[in-house]
Design a protein around this ligand. Structure first.
Ligand code: FES
Length: 273
């Protein structure tokens, strides 16, 4: 069992959990994820590692209430336990030793930026900008934590309540013209990552996107997380989650992610009854 040591509500539907998971914390690397089950027999859900502390033996995750399982998790608090917390899973993302990097985060994807930003902060020849978007200022999460470890924290809001008024892609375009980037990493909703890839493509800027397809086993055995990248089948759970965004077949991954929408909606409706 894995105890929730700390819980912090970030928005009305998003919470940060610090989990007692020493074995995961000891070997976790930026860009990896865990698959958790809230209780025995429950659904297995992949969650990106937001932070980890090998000495304290803790792993931090951020979860947004989307479906039945994440709503159920939201009802758990400090002192409660999770049945499974398997990881670290996935291939740690390859990070550069020099150059200017833009970390682009949308929605609660901004949480996944933190561990990468922290790792890049240790590399003196890397300059990091975090371009983070949300609908409104109150939905920008972990601004202080990310802001503390990057060179420039550049928020964007749809309503202009904080930072750049508009989408992350608008600000990214502006910053490419102003400072240029050697690498862009996008983490967030699929349409956002796709749009980021289209912004960077004409400039020839290497771009990673973090794929979050449906996952089951998380070990490359079931095929659920198949993603087409450069015309090849890749498995996000073992080959990813980060892939070359210019090579990802976003149409297919979007279609596959919608396959169980009906069942997901039904499960949530029944759970609410
Ligand atoms: Fe089964 Fe990736 S989740 S192969």
């Amino acid at each position: 069992m894995y105890r929730i040591l700390k819980k912090r509500q970030l928005t009305p539907v998003t919470a940060l959990y610090v989990i007692d998971a020493p074995l995961v914390a000891r070997t976790a690397r930026p860009g990896q994820f865990v698959i958790l089950r809230v209780d025995e027999g429950g659904e297995r859900i992949p969650v990106t590692i937001t932070d980890f502390d090998p000495e304290a033996g803790t792993v931090t995750i951020v979860v947004q209430q989307v479906g039945k399982t994440t709503h159920w998790l939201a009802q758990h608090g400090e002192g409660d336990t999770l049945a499974d917390f398997a990881g670290p899973l996935g291939t740690p993302v390859a990070l550069p030793d020099r150059g200017r990097v833009a970390l682009v985060g949308g929605g609660f994807g901004a949480a996944a930026i933190l561990t990468i930003a922290k790792e890049l902060a240790k590399r003196p020849e890397v300059t990091v900008d975090a371009i983070v978007g949300a609908r409104t200022a109150s939905l920008l999460i972990l601004s202080d934590e990310v802001g503390a470890v990057v060179d420039r924290f550049l928020p964007c809001t749809d309503d202009g309540s904080r930072g750049y008024h508009g989408l992350v892609t608008g600000l990214l375009e502006q910053e490419i013209a102003a400072v240029g980037y050697d690498l862009v990493m996008a983490i967030g909703p699929m349409p956002m990552m796709r749009a980021v890839a289209e912004v960077t493509r004409p400039h020839g800027i290497p771009t990673y996107a973090s794929m979050d397809p449906i996952m089951l086993d998380g070990t490359g055995m079931c095929g659920a997380c198949r993603v087409r990248v450069g015309g090849q089948n890749r498995f996000a759970c073992v080959d990813g989650p980060f892939f070359d965004a210019h090579q990802v077949d976003f149409d297919e991954v979007t279609r596959r992610n919608k396959m169980y929408r009906h069942e997901e909606r039904l499960a949530l409706e029944r759970w609410h009854q």
